[in-house]
Design a protein around this ligand. Structure first.
Ligand SMILES: *[C@@H]1O[C@H](CO)[C@@H](O)[C@H](O)[C@H]1NC(C)=O
Ligand SMILES: *[C@@H]1O[C@H](CO)[C@@H](O)[C@H](O)[C@H]1NC(C)=O
Length: 362
């Protein structure tokens, strides 16, 4: 089976289009690579592990502990090998140093190595979470392997640095197809390409043109629009309800996913997924490590739990996915056992327990 269904967290049905191959099942069970990550990663993946255990989900975890350290390159290699065996992973975020001497981002290296080229972030209001604006329901699809993240930088002469942004037609085409396929399967009406083609006429021009051509030639039922990234940022904070599916090169996607995350209540809430042709890795949408609150037991695991719900849909375990997402939404709407980032009194464990209790009574 090359394609799989991913329905939405809540009422609206969402199906995604990953071509990622499904993993092999042994004795009716899946083995999934678990990469807790740095910061709050362990706390919020523990929450998923507990919930899956309580629900008797047929998933066995293969944990690979990678942390940002001297030995992290070997760790990432081990993580990649595990993913290649299992094909599906649940991942926290690895910390990346800003210092110039440190190694590059482990997250970027990992995604490139597995060619998980499409990143999906679902930005949607959650009932019970107070935000400035309601009615937001947008999907951000970000190219994950090139653009500004090519990793090609050098100091040509002292004081002059060149940093190469790579845009290719092949990769623009495949992310465009991913976005339109997603839109089609989920009854979304519009795909908007985000770019800066007025300035980067060649690079962003190619991205913009490719998305528009793919849409016009292969997806006549879906409207295709484009918007300049600065205007997209302004529109996102003034009138985000206008957006349906956004497709972006790498860096613009990173920025817009963070704007979107803020709009719907913060990094603890937003789920995400990364898809390639063979592998799929589920991780929180806004990719925050959460160092400030790490180890305190107060992190909101919602984004991670909802990412695991996307994973369950990918595995075809839709009724479990529905049960868990409904329970999470119920606990949040109820408001008594939510974490402090959204105004509640509960710890990560108390929130998790409330979800498990809700599941038991459902
Ligand atoms: C990963 O680290 C946790 C503690 O944080 C430990 O309990 C677990 O055994 C480790 N797993 C592996 C495979 O090293
Ligand atoms: C900015 O976006 C809005 C709608 O999203 C559009 O109507 C407007 O023309 C755009 N402005 C510019 C300068 O492109």
């Amino acid at each position: 089976m090359l394609r799989t269904q991913v329905k939405s967290q809540s009422k609206r049905s969402l199906a995604t289009v990953s071509e990622a191959l499904l993993p092999k099942k042994y004795g009716g069970r899946y083995t999934v690579t678990l990469l807790p990550g740095d910061g709050i990663g362990k706390e919020i993946t523990d929450s998923v592990v507990e919930i899956f255990k309580a629900e008797r989900i047929p998933v066995d975890w293969e944990t690979v502990n990678v942390t940002n350290s001297e030995k992290s390159k070997e760790g990432v290699k081990e993580a990649v090998e595990s993913l290649k065996r299992n094909k599906v992973g649940l991942k926290g975020i690895w910390k990346t140093d800003v210092s110039q001497s440190g190694h590059g981002s482990l997250n970027v290296a990992f995604r490139k190595e597995l060619d998980i080229y499409a990143s999906l972030t679902l930005i949607k209001n959650i009932p019970g979470v107070k935000t400035r604006m309601d009615g937001i329901d947008l999907v951000l699809i970000r190219e994950n392997t090139e653009g500004e993240y090519s990793g090609l930088e050098h100091e040509s002469v002292p004081g002059v640095v060149e940093s190469l942004k790579i845009i290719t037609q092949v990769k623009s085409e495949r992310i465009a197809k991913f976005a339109f396929d997603f839109a089609k399967k989920n009854n979304r009406q519009t795909v908007t390409a985000v770019h800066k083609a007025n300035i980067m006429k060649l690079a962003d021009g190619l991205f913009r043109k490719t998305v528009k051509d793919v849409g016009a030639e292969q997806y006549p039922g879906i409207e295709v629009k484009d918007i300049i990234v600065d205007n997209a940022s302004m529109q996102a904070v003034s009138n985000p309800q206008q957006f349906d599916v956004l497709v972006t090169p790498n860096l613009y996607g990173a920025i817009l996913s963070n704007i979107g995350t803020a709009l719907v209540g913060g990094p603890g809430l937003v789920p995400g997924a990364n898809y390639g042709r063979e592998y799929a890795v589920f991780e929180p949408g806004s990719r925050h490590v959460g160092l400030e609150i790490a180890g305190k037991g107060v992190a909101n695991p919602t984004g991670m739990i909802l990412s695991s719900v996307l994973m369950l849909r990918h595995l075809g375990l839709d009724s479990s996915a529905d049960r868990i997402s409904n329970a999470v939404y119920k606990v949040i709407a109820d408001g008594k056992k939510t974490t402090r980032d959204i105004g509640g009194p509960a710890s990560t464990k108390e929130f998790t327990q409330a979800v498990i209790d809700e599941l038991a009574s459902a």
